[in-house]
Structure formats: C-alpha cells, structure tokens
Write a protein that binds this ligand. Structure first.
Ligand SMILES: [Zn+2]
Length: 487
C-alpha cells in the first residue's frame, strides 16, 4: 500500500476529463406552464400566483401550448429525435418553494432525445456535442434568506423550464464556457429564452469526472448553481484539480452534489447525490400524454431560423468579412438582420459592416440601446450612407447626423436640411472662407512657400472650423494649394 501511494504521488499522468451539462432555460411565454399566472421576472413577491402553482389540493394542471411549441422548436434546433408520445411524470421531493411536494417533469418519454449541436471551440475548431435529451418541467420558486428568517417567493413556481442534458463530451472548462456562449446565442436567435444567466433564466449544472487516460468515465460529481459561464469554467477547473489530488493520494471520489463558492473560489459539498429511483417517478395522472401531429411539427419547423454559427460562416463567405467582424454582426439576431437589410438596399457590405460595428455600435452603447428598439432603421442608415456617398455631406457630418438620428428619432434628410449640413462645394462661400483664413496666416504661408508643407493641414483645419465642419476636406486642400501657387 505504502509503495502504491508513493508511485501515485510521483505519477505525472494528466487525467482525462469528462464534463456533461444540464442546462435549464426558462421559456418565454405569457403565462406559466400549467396555469394562467403571468410568467414575468422581477415583479413584487407572490403577485403572480394562484391555487394551481401554489399546489393547493385538488387543482388540475392545464398544459401551456406555447411552452410545448418552444420546447419542440428547441428539440428541432438540437437535431433531436422527437418522441411520438411525450409523457409528463411526477418527480417526488420536498422543497419549500415547490409546495405541491412534487415537480411535474418528464422522465421516460421527454420531448426529444439523441440530438447534437455544433459548437466552435476557443481554438476555432468545430466540435459536435451530443444531446442526451430535452425535457420540459415546471420551475420551483425562490427562497430568500434574510438573517434568521427564510422567505418564499412563489412567482417563479410553475415557470416553464426546458432542461437540456448533454452527453459528457466536454474536455475542459474553457470548452464549456465557449459552448455556453454559443448556446445562449442560439436560444436567443430562436426566441425560446432570453438566456439571461444573472436573472436565472439560463442555469447550468455540470457533471464532471476525471480518470486515467483511456479508462473511460470516472465517478461523477455534480456542481450546481452556476450563474455565469465564467463561474462554470472556474468551478470545473477547480474540480479537476481537487479530484486529481484525491486520486493521486489514493482517496475515493464520492458521488455528490457540490456548490461553487464564488468568494472562496472553490466547490463545497452540498449533499450526496440522489439516484433517479429516489424520486419515485410515475406518470402524471392529471395530464394526458402529448402526441404531436406531423402538421403541428411542420408548423413549428417553419420558425427554425438560421442558427448563429451557420450565419457567421455565411457572412464570412458571402460578404467577404473577417471572422471577427462576422462574429460581432451575428452575435445578436437583430443586429445580423439589420446588417443584411442594409446590404440588401445596395450598400457595399464592407461599408455597412464598418458602420454597424463602429459608429452605430458606439452610439447605441452610449445610449444603452438595442439596435432593434433604437430609432435607427436600416432605411435611415441606407439613406444616410447614400447622402455621404454622393458627397453631399462629409464623413464627420455623417457621424454627427447618425448620432442625431438615434438620439432625436429623426430622418437623416430632415436633420441635414434643418441644420443646413450639406457640404460646401466649389462655391464662392468656400472660396471666401479660404481667403479669410489665408489672410490671417501669413507665417504659415511663408513656411509653405519655402517648401515646408506641414502647415497645410493646419490651414485645412482652420477652414473646417470656420465652415462649421461643412467643407469638403479634399476640395478645400485643392483650393488652398491653387490659391497659394497663384499668390
Ligand atoms: Zn398560477
């Protein structure tokens, strides 16, 4: 035994890591899964409750069709095999924030099984993650601990929750972190969930085991309550090291549930893990199995939008964009749609990309606005860029006008007309502004005449200033040089 211990301590083996995820997403619906209470975040405690979601004896659940539709949409996006007959089951356990003392969930016949999803790893490689299943269930409420008192808020109780279980296909915390970002983008594209991890509408538990290379899965430990993709990564990295130390010193890994302690940056034991049979699942007697017709599924399939990773690839090839730009543009569906509408109106894709990624993003960030809810429509940006392209305004003015479109919710043409922002062309006005600048810049003129061209920039700057930014810099330079050589 002694000898064995020593060899283990010297053992420099890098263990193989296996990580599987259980991702819970709250579905976007008007009402809860089995009653008519509002499904909404942030309302005063216990205002969206009724006898059904409070678990009063004798009440009956009625299945929310929108929750079913969104679940199937997600299953289709995850390439799952759909169950011919989806069954709801009771999962029995006591939780103060789920007063029925059971959760209606799915066990043997979930909506979808055996799917997969493509993801891009941090090194740019594509990887296929297998999906074990996706099942629909009701969420529990929220416990609020105030000193010695614990309070229950049942607003969340009965919110439709889709749980997506992956196979243990991840090899590191970094892979999981980048996958979760891809996944969040996907559910937002599909419109099934807002994926907000801080508000708990997307939550993730990670199952992690390590083993000697080639030996297969080790004994898994579940880490719960991970509320950001970064915490998931940190918790996994911590757990890999903890388990490796245990195996090296000959200890046995216990199958248990652990919590991530953000302050101490470590996982801590919470409870030993229940097996499925501890929950005594049985079919929910108050809900018939759901048997979708082919036309029901076809109708849902029509809402299957192009997924973000495919759209990103298409943007790179179709619009000839650098991958970083394509990634930015496809990060949110609204932004990608906006960009494509601008291109469809005939704007050069490179120009459109540089505006959307540059000045448009800058102003929207400053105003804390989303492109879809901002006053900047694709038509307005196209119109502004056309005016710029025709040389009626210069680049500086275009930026100013863009700002005004967003902050004042107005049309570019009316802004330009009202503030007379049209560029001064080869007019008498520009000529007389240049004359007055030259008249006050004798020192600069001497310098230029002696062959030092440096002050030209200064003179252009003075003309721009005097013209209120409306002079065409190129034309101004030409005219300045002409006038100087004629002196
Ligand atoms: Zn209710």
């Amino acid at each position: 035994m002694d000898k064995q211990d020593k060899t283990d301590k010297k053992d420099k083996t890098v263990f193989e890591t296996f990580i599987g995820l259980e991702i819970h997403i709250q579905l976007i619906t008007q009402t809860k899964i089995f009653c008519g209470c509002r499904n909404s975040f942030g309302d005063p405690p216990n205002t969206n409750v009724c006898p059904v979601c409070m678990g009063y004896p004798g009440v009956l659940p009625v299945l929310n069709e929108e929750a079913v539709r969104k679940s199937y949409l997600m299953c289709l996006a995850l390439n799952c095999t759909l169950s011919e007959k989806a069954v709801f089951d009771r999962k029995n356990y006591f939780y103060p924030d789920l007063p029925k003392n059971y959760q209606i969930s799915q066990f043997e016949h979930p909506f979808g099984i055996n799917g997969y999803v493509e993801t891009t790893l941090p090194d740019g490689q594509a990887k296929r993650i297998r999906i074990h299943e996706a099942h629909l269930e009701e969420d529990a409420g929220k416990m609020i601990h105030e000193g010695a008192v614990s309070l229950c808020d049942f607003n969340r109780t009965g919110t439709p929750l889709l749980e997506i279980v992956t196979e243990p296909d991840f090899k590191s915390g970094e892979e999981v972190e980048s996958f979760l970002q891809d996944f969040r983008r996907m559910i937002r594209y599909l419109g099934v969930s807002d994926g907000n991890m801080e508000e708990g509408s997307m939550r993730c538990d990670a199952n992690i085991s390590i083993n000697y290379p080639g030996k297969g899965l080790g004994r898994k430990v579940e880490i719960k309550n991970l509320n950001s993709s970064r915490h998931v990564k940190l918790a996994i990295q911590h757990e890999e090291i903890r388990q490796a130390k245990m195996i090296r010193s000959g200890e046995t890994i216990i199958q248990e549930t652990r919590l991530w302690n953000e302050e101490k940056k470590r996982t801590e034991s919470m409870r030993s893990k229940e097996d499925a049979n501890d929950y005594r699942y049985f079919p929910e007697p108050d809900l018939p199995p759901f048997i979708p017709t082919a036309s029901f599924i076809d109708e849902i399939r029509e809402n299957l939008v192009e997924l973000p990773h495919l759209r990103r690839k298409r943007f790179i090839t179709e619009y000839n964009l650098p991958s970083e730009t394509a990634e930015f543009l496809t990060d949110e569906k609204g932004r990608a749609d906006f960009y494509e509408s601008v291109c469809k109106e005939g704007t050069d894709p490179q120009t459109a990309a540089s505006w959307v990624k540059g000045d448009v993003a800058k102003v929207l960030n400053r105003e804390k606005m989303d492109i879809t809810s901002s006053p900047l429509t694709a038509e307005r940006l196209v119109s502004l860029l056309k005016i710029l392209d025709e040389g009626k305004i210069n680049g500086q003015t275009a930026k100013k006008v863009l700002d005004m479109i967003i902050t004042e919710n107005r049309d570019p043409v009316s802004i330009i007309t009202e503030h007379s922002l049209e560029q001064l062309d080869n007019s008498d006005e520009l000529s007389s502004i240049i004359d007055s600048v030259l008249a006050q810049s004798s020192a600069a003129l001497e310098q230029i005449k002696s062959g030092d061209m440096k002050p030209v920039g200064f003179l252009i700057g003075q003309v721009m200033k005097l013209s209120g930014g409306k002079a065409d810099p190129k034309k101004t330079k030409e005219m300045i040089m002409e006038k100087i050589s004629a002196l």
